[in-house]
Design a binder for this molecule. Structure first.
Ligand code: AMP
Length: 193
């Protein structure tokens, strides 16, 4: 089974993806994690995307599609993929469809986590404060200024995917404001349909 978790930053995609990994032994493909790893290890690509990511803008389709293509090849025997934070544009959505088709795989479900904007802002700024309180550092893009840009990128570039997948008949929406356990339960129910 291959699924996409769709929703704005702070909607809980990463948290729910980890639960699915544990419960179903699926592979989580988070382009955000891959890009942060490239940034930390200082690869050429990492250096190229650092400023764009820190500001809260999307990196190019070419880069993220390349990352996903590579992971799909390396992990081709996986027991299903959870796409977390990818696709984020219509071009990425088309590319994903083609990549899966080349592997004789299909997209089984697109789960939209529905939230409201005030909650997102509180969650993300809370996540940054928690990281600092624990003696660590917050994500470079978990600040109010980058967050505004990330939300705008979501509404301008990513939210059209809701209509795209609805029209394809793949979309299921769940209430992302419920508790972590309840959201996990709603996702489980959606995947069983
Ligand atoms: P995330 O961890 O998913 O919130 O992603 C963090 C940042 O990485 C985003 O704000 C973008 O700058 C970049 N990024 C992650 N995934 C994508 C994607 N699919 N397309 C473009 N940029 C992405």
């Amino acid at each position: 089974m291959n699924i996409i978790l769709l929703g704005p930053p702070g909607a809980g995609k990463g948290t729910q993806a980890s639960i699915l990994v544990k419960e179903r032994n699926m592979v989580q493909l988070s382009t955000g994690d891959m890009l942060r790893a490239a940034k930390t290890s200082g690869t050429e690509m990492g250096k190229k995307v650092a400023a764009v990511m820190d500001a809260g803008n999307l990196v190019t389709d070419e880069i993220v599609i390349g990352l996903i293509r590579e992971q799909l090849e390396v992990q081709k025997d996986a027991n299903g993929f959870i796409f977390d934070g990818f696709p984020r544009t219509l071009a990425q959505a088309d590319a994903l469809g083609e990549l899966l088709a080349e592997m004789d795989e299909a997209l089984d479900h697109v789960i939209e986590l529905e939230v409201n904007e005030d909650v997102l802002v509180q969650r993300i700024l809370g996540r940054a404060a928690e990281a600092v309180a624990a003696g660590g550092t917050a994500r470079a893009d978990d600040n109010e200024e980058s967050l505004k840009i990330r939300l705008m990128a979501y509404y301008k570039q990513t939210s059209p995917l809701i209509g795209y997948y609805y029209a394809k008949g793949d979309l299921k929406s769940v209430d992302g404001l419920a508790s972590m356990e309840d959201v996990a339960g709603s996702i489980k129910a959606a995947l069983a349909t």
